[in-house]
Design a protein around this ligand. Structure first.
Ligand code: HEM
Ligand code: HEM
Length: 178
């Protein structure tokens, strides 16, 4: 049994954008102020895209039944997989939402530019260094926790694919077949 094509496209698109956003944020830290602002504008635009795609993904998930988990999973593995999957939906909403709030509290609700094409409105927050600092902490902490989830998830997927040889990756990849 495989995931629907829509679920597969959204899974990999969001995964690639998330990877780029971590790399972008880490690389931006060492840049000079003007270059950093430019890099962060990209980070914010990609982040808002991740948020929008996640909303779409949740709607897709609620309207398209996923295949049952592989019967080769032990009970605790199935429990862990379900927990990680559910947490991913929370974190892929929470991390960009906290970024949006951080940006809004730092700028007093300035819009977020989307690649010069259009702008998302800022959240209605007053400019407040303390609040911006709090949202920064939350954004960073949730992003770090999500990295742990990604690690667990990738290890699980690779274990089932290569050690248990259950063809796990095929469930979340394109093409025909079981
Ligand atoms: C930021 C990165 C990623 C996120 C947020 C993510 C999120 C998710 C979520 C939420 C599901 C469950 C879908 C559902 O049932 O609703 C899932 C399934 C899956 N993911 Fe990922 N994923 C990421 C990266 C990866 C990577 C790098 C791999 C491969 C090494 C991978 C392989 C899989 C597989 C094989 C499944 C299907 C599990 C099954 O039901 O058999 N994912 N992923
Ligand atoms: C899933 C999406 C996102 C991921 C994975 C992500 C990840 C990160 C990471 C790892 C950092 C570095 C934390 C640190 O400061 O040490 C960061 C910083 C930051 N992010 Fe995000 N982020 C995402 C979305 C967003 C969004 C949507 C916005 C705003 C609209 C945003 C705005 C920021 C800002 C302003 C910083 C702080 C830069 C600084 O002053 O050092 N992020 N993000």
């Amino acid at each position: 049994m495989k995931y629907s094509t829509g679920a597969i496209v959204l899974h990999w698109l969001i995964a690639v954008l998330i990877a780029l956003n971590y790399i972008g944020a880490w690389e931006a830290e060492d840049l000079a102020a003007a270059d950093k602002a430019y890099a962060m504008a990209g980070h914010k635009a990609f982040g808002m895209t991740i948020l929008a795609l996640t909303v779409l993904r949740i709607i897709w998930r609620l309207t398209h039944r996923p295949p049952p988990l592989s019967p080769t999973l032990k009970t605790w593995e199935a429990g862990l997989a379900k927990t990680v999957h559910s947490l991913f939906y929370l974190f892929t909403l929470g991390v960009p939402l906290m970024g949006w709030a951080l940006h809004s509290a730092a700028t007093g609700g300035a819009p977020v530019n989307a690649f010069g094409l259009f702008a998302y409105p800022g959240l209605p927050l007053a400019q407040d260094k303390g609040m911006a600092g709090l949202f920064h902490e939350l954004h960073e902490t949730l992003a770090t926790l999500m990295l742990v989830l990604i690690g667990l998830h990738v290890l699980g997927a690779l274990k089932h694919q290569f050690l248990d040889r259950s063809g796990e990756l095929r469930r979340m990849w394109f093409g025909r077949g079981q």
